[in-house]
Write a protein that binds this ligand. Structure first.
Ligand SMILES: *Cc1c(COP(=O)(O)O)cnc(C)c1O
Length: 380
């Protein structure tokens, strides 16, 4: 028995994303079972903002982490309560800030003094006080690809710890922003717990310093970044949320009334998604055999963008395995899903599954080459 409804696949236009909604629900149940009491888990919409998935995620009681006005509007539309929406990003526009203020979100995760001043000005204009958390750059190496590491020194994200007290002072001087607390996000696809332990240590030191300075906050947001097993999606369909949440619950010395906030994206939705594509042609090269498929980097950008590797399977062939370069039809050399991939013998028309593509797949799709956006099939 295949894990996929292959007959249904055969009669559907490719490429499309197939979402296993039962797996999404099981994943959310794990999150809810293990998240520390009193904490708030905000799903990071940018990982996948398909409304069908968003409705299931909001119904499970999660909040939302948004990085644009469009995401805030979508989150509200799909059932997330504004009181559980946080808003991150280094380049919030005036329009987006006004929208967030009118929706009444829980917190702005602020990344610069310049932004802080603008939020204060627009909040004054709207006659409200904006809750803000200062995003701190904790200088932690998350050991991920350099395009997705965010916690190392001097990049565009967050405020350096050495400048933090000036920023806190600035929040106090302004009359239409209120300091909720601090925000951290050290990177993505983090598979070792060590960077998270380092983050806990940094937060504890910061907490001592805050106490010393008489600053009281109720909001500690540790961001997202928990990784998934791209090599073994069937063996590890759900990340180890137990260990992840336990680490923070044990590792951070929360003060009276403080609430931990989390922003997982990938770990919630990645394994429930599969990109289904058809083999168009088998091309015999000089030293290589190419499987040219009808999905391209416009449907799944991760391999082209940061050399990401996904497990690829021929789900309609029982033939002996050969080695292929699996490539798309786009006019870019980086439009490849993998080189030297072992697949059951592939023929024109075979269905190929590109696994673990629920996160940063559909949400990153583009219409480059005037292609249509990929389709969507839900398991239920
Ligand atoms: C992207 C992002 C997340 C989610 O990251 P994942 O690796 O998908 O868990 C959370 N918080 C912030 C601020 C982000 O930019």
């Amino acid at each position: 028995m295949s894990k996929f409804p292959i007959e249904q696949f055969r009669s559907t236009v490719t490429p499309f994303y197939y979402y296993d909604m039962a797996l999404l629900r099981r994943t959310l149940a794990e999150v809810c079972a293990h998240a520390p009491q009193e904490s708030v888990v905000h799903y990071a919409l940018k990982a996948n903002s398909n409304p069908a998935l968003l409705r299931v995620i909001s119904a499970a009681g999660l909040g939302a982490d948004c990085v644009s006005g469009g995401e805030i509007a979508l989150a509200v539309e799909c059932g997330f309560t504004p009181k559980k929406i946080v808003y991150s990003g280094v380049g919030k526009t005036d329009r987006e800030i006004r929208l967030a203020l009118s929706v009444g979100i829980d917190c702005f995760n602020v990344e610069s003094v310049a932004e802080l001043n603008v939020i204060d000005e627009l909040a004054a204009e709207a006659g409200v006080t904006a809750p803000v958390a200062v995003r701190v750059n904790p200088h932690i190496d998350a050991h991920t690809h350099h395009y997705i590491t965010t916690g190392l020194s001097e990049n565009k994200f967050g405020i350096d710890i050495s400048q933090l007290w000036d920023v806190v002072e600035q929040v106090r001087r302004l009359s239409h922003v209120r300091l909720r607390g601090f925000h951290f996000h050290i990177g993505s696809q983090i598979v070792s717990m060590q960077p998270y332990r380092a983050l806990c240590d940094t937060i504890n030191k910061l907490q001592d310093e805050l106490e010393h300075r008489g600053i009281v906050t109720d909001y500690i947001n540790v961001g997202g970044g928990l990784g998934v097993d791209y090599e073994h999606p069937d063996e590890h369909p759900i990340p180890d949320f137990g260990s992840y949440f336990e680490l923070f619950a044990q590792g951070i010395n929360l003060r009276e009334g403080q609430v931990l906030h989390f922003e997982p994206g990938r770990s919630i939705v990645c394994q429930c998604g599969t990109l289904i594509t058809r083999v168009l042609y088998i091309k015999e090269g000089l030293n290589k055999r190419f499987a040219i498929v009808d999905a391209g980097m416009t449907d799944l950008m991760r391999p082209a963008l940061y050399q990401a590797a996904h497990k690829i399977e021929n789900i309609t062939s029982q033939g002996v395995a050969f080695v292929y370069d699996v490539v798309g039809p786009i006019c870019e050399s980086s439009d490849s899903f993998g080189s030297a991939v072992e697949l059951n013998e592939a023929r024109r028309g075979d269905m190929i599954a590109i696994r673990s593509t629920g996160a940063y797949g559909e949400s990153m799709a583009s219409r480059y080459n005037s292609r249509e956006l990929p389709g969507v099939m839900l398991s239920e």
